[in-house]
Design a protein around this ligand. Structure first.
Ligand code: ZN
Length: 201
């Protein structure tokens, strides 16, 4: 992770972006913005002086990211929302829109580390901040009408685990226990109900 003083400086720059001192996207910021907007399920993000924590609907745990891309991510969200700086709070619709390919910050990094162009569907955006934290909530907006509610959306909760049924028993590669069904973690991973470890189907 970033050093604590780097985190504090990134958080200062993130708050400065909300005041209108914009920071342009680079490859790492585009990647973080892509995680927040392109997965189709929305997310809840909390940015403070020591963490950037994002909760996605597709996974129960909170994910932690470097703080350094957050000023550019917030700049992009302000621009997509057409919000006027200094921003105190945003309730807006953003997208659908596209983000061009971006190269990494720093000239020494090979161009193969470019983050490619991507696009995202319409979302609703809630953004609030104070001196301690910046909160961003994004939700899919595909079938929504009317103004974005001023109240924050319900926090994202993990969906109830879905089970995958097998035609024949499948053995856990860790403990050897065979079962006719396994909990579906995500991205093709199954969870063994005996030893609780996950494996790829
Ligand atoms: Zn097992």
């Amino acid at each position: 992770m970033d050093r604590p003083d780097d985190n504090a400086a990134s958080f200062d720059r993130a708050r400065d972006a909300l005041r209108g001192r914009f920071v342009e996207l680079d490859a790492s910021a585009s990647k973080l913005l892509h995680l927040m907007l392109a997965n189709g399920t929305g997310c809840d993000a909390i940015i403070t002086s020591d963490k950037c924590e994002i909760h996605f609907a597709r996974h129960p745990s909170r994910h932690h990211y470097f703080l350094s891309p957050t000023p550019a991510v917030l700049t992009s969200l302000i621009r997509f929302a057409g919000a006027v700086t200094p921003v105190t709070s945003i309730r807006a619709r953003i997208g659908p829109a596209s983000v061009p390919a971006h190269s990494p910050a720093g000239a020494k990094i090979p161009a193969s580390f470019m983050f490619p162009a991507w696009s995202f569907p319409a979302h609703r955006l809630w953004l609030d901040w104070n001196h301690q934290e910046i909160r961003v909530s994004l939700r899919d907006d595909e079938h929504q009408d009317g103004p974005v509610p001023s109240a924050l959306p319900q926090p994202i909760r993990p969906s109830t685990p879905s089970m995958i049924q097998h035609a024949a028993p499948v053995a856990c590669p860790h403990c050897g226990q065979a079962a006719l069904e396994h909990r579906d973690a995500h991205d093709g991973w199954l969870v063994c109900s005996t030893c609780a470890r996950s494996f790829q189907s």
